[in-house]
Every structure is written in C-alpha cells, then in structure tokens.
Design a binder for this molecule. Structure first.
Ligand code: NAD
Length: 266
C-alpha cells in the first residue's frame, strides 16, 4: 500500500487524467516484478551492477553479492537514489559456506527468492593453455563454473520450496566458440552452458526456469579488449536489458539461451 501511494504521486503528475485503476495498471507495467526478491552475484561493477540496477528498477528487492563491500555499496547507493530496494550481502562465490550464509540471510530477511543471476566471473586471456599457471586455471574454473554450482546448491532450495523461480547464468560467446589464449575461460563457459542446459531440465519439474545468456565482448574491466572499438561494443546495460526481458516473460514459458551480439562488429 505504501509503495502504491508513493508511486501514484509521480504517475498522477505525469498523467493527471487517469483514474486510480488506470494508474494501478501503469504501475504494474512499470514495476512488473515488484514484490519479488532477486540475488545478483558480482554486483559491484560491470555487467552485474547493471543487472542489479535493472532488476531494482523493474521493482524487485535486489540482493547484491560480491567480494568487495565498497563497490557493492556503490551499486546499492545508485539503486536507492533511483527509488529502488536493495540489500548488500558480501560473499565470495568460490566459498560454499559464504553462499549458504547468504541464502540463509535471504530466507530469514525476505522468506523468498524469485530470481538468481549468476554473474560473478573472472577472465584470463593472455596465455596459451600450455603456459597457463595452474593457479590461474583454478581461479577461473572455481569462479566461473564451481561458483555457479555453489550458488545453485545454496539458493535453489528456496525456489524449490516455493515451486517457482528463475535462474539466469551469465556465460559468454566464448562458451560457443574457440578462444585462443583463453582456453580455461572458454572451458569454464562451455561448461557453464552444459551445466545450465542440464539444470534447466532438473528444475523444470519444480516450476523453475533456468536460462543462459552468452554475450559477445562487453565494455567492462574484465578485459582490455585490445583493438576493439568501444563505441560498437556491447554495454553492460545491453546484457541487463536481456535479463529484464527474461524475468518478465509470462511464467508458462522461458527463453533457455540467448546469444547477444553487437549490431556492428567492434
Ligand atoms: P567485471 O570484472 O567488471 O565484473 C566481474 C564481477 O565479478 C566483479 O564485481 C568481481 O568482483 C566479481 N567477482 C569475481 N570473482 C568473484 C568471486 N569469487 N565472488 C564474488 N564475486 C566475484 O566483469 P564483467 O564483464 O562485468 O563480467 C561479468 C560476467 O559477464 C562474467 O561472468 C563474465 O565472464 C561475463 N561476460 C563478460 C564479457 C565481457 O566482455 N566483459 C563478455 C561475455 C560474458
């Protein structure tokens, strides 16, 4: 009721001739996931921050997970300044008990989880595989693949209990193609795609949708993207828009995989 009243004021100012029912309809279309709770990993910067802002703008209370409190706080501030609702829960996706703690906190605070976006990831694009140090292999695979397994292990039970939910994994076109000097990264994303297709089938019977987005190069700090024109590259908001499309799709269907490319080759 409080939310409706606050939203009603700017809507009425913008469209003074509309009656209450009509403004209520407008409110629903502006905030189609109001009342839902979303978790975004790696939400402190780049694509994760854009996804978190998008889900909050669509009405969800957005829980920001990541390793760095200060950057999570920055994303939280941007959400609150735009009138959204958010909560920060620092955690490292490579550490299972930290994700289990985050899931317990989401459950005790909100009693529900509607959307999980597995976005946290690290790059590694400079060595052929035979020169890649084993610790780099571990860091890449443990974040990009094991981290998603851990997050699903921690958070999926909340969705199974509710017989609803949507998991969106952020993969890459590197999970569809060869990536010289990025074999470990490509392997992590090829693995993530296979994980996603399989988990989608496992959770379908629980009325949970599982999707994967495979973007091309996005202008973020993940990689310098040497030689690419940043004006033509995908932007974090392009990926966030796709997440918004997925989670606002009517619940009887879902897009299981989206390949996202820039209109012009960068
Ligand atoms: P980024 O480096 O700007 O952001 C990655 C975020 O993940 C950071 O906030 C980082 O702190 C967080 N993170 C890393 N390890 C973590 C851990 N162990 N626990 C918690 N958080 C952790 O990169 P980005 O481009 O925004 O990447 C986001 C996702 O998009 C990644 O999965 C990446 O593989 C994928 N992706 C990126 C591109 C691109 O070109 N930038 C293209 C396709 C897919």
């Amino acid at each position: 009721m409080r939310i409706a009243e606050t939203l009603d004021v700017p809507l009425r100012a913008a469209a003074p001739n509309l009656n209450h029912k009509e403004t209520a309809f407008l409110m629903d279309t502006r905030q189609p996931i109001a009342g839902q709770v979303a978790v975004v990993t790696g939400a402190g910067r780049g694509i994760g921050a854009a996804i978190a802002r998008k889900l909050a703008a669509l009405g969800a209370t957005t829980v920001l997970c990541g390793r760095t409190q200060t950057s999570l706080d920055e994303t939280a501030r941007a959400i609150v300044d735009s009138g959204g609702k958010t909560e920060v829960i620092p955690c490292d996706v490579t550490i299972l008990h930290q994700l289990e703690y985050a899931a317990a906190r989401v459950d005790s605070t909100f009693g529900r989880l509607d959307i999980l976006v597995n976005n946290a990831g690290v790059g590694g694009f400079k060595d052929p595989l035979h020169n890649l140090p084993p610790e780099d292999w571990d860091r890449i695979l443990n974040t990009n693949l094991r981290g998603v397994y851990y997050a699903i292990r921690a958070f999926a039970p909340l969705m199974i209990r509710a017989y609803s939910g949507h998991i969106v994994n952020i993969s890459s076109l590197a999970g569809k193609n060869a990536l010289p000097n990025g074999a470990a990264y490509a392997a992590s994303k090829w693995g993530l795609n296979g994980l996603t297709y399989s988990v989608a089938e496992e959770l379908r019977g629980h009325n949970i949708r599982v999707s994967v987005i495979c973007p091309g190069s996005v202008e973020t700090e993940l990689s310098p993207h040497t030689g690419k024109d940043p004006n033509k590259m995908l932007q974090p908001d392009d990926v966030a828009h796709v997440v918004g499309m997925l989670v606002t799709q009517a619940t009887q269907s879902f897009a299981s995989e989206i390949l996202l490319r820039p209109t012009q080759k960068p």
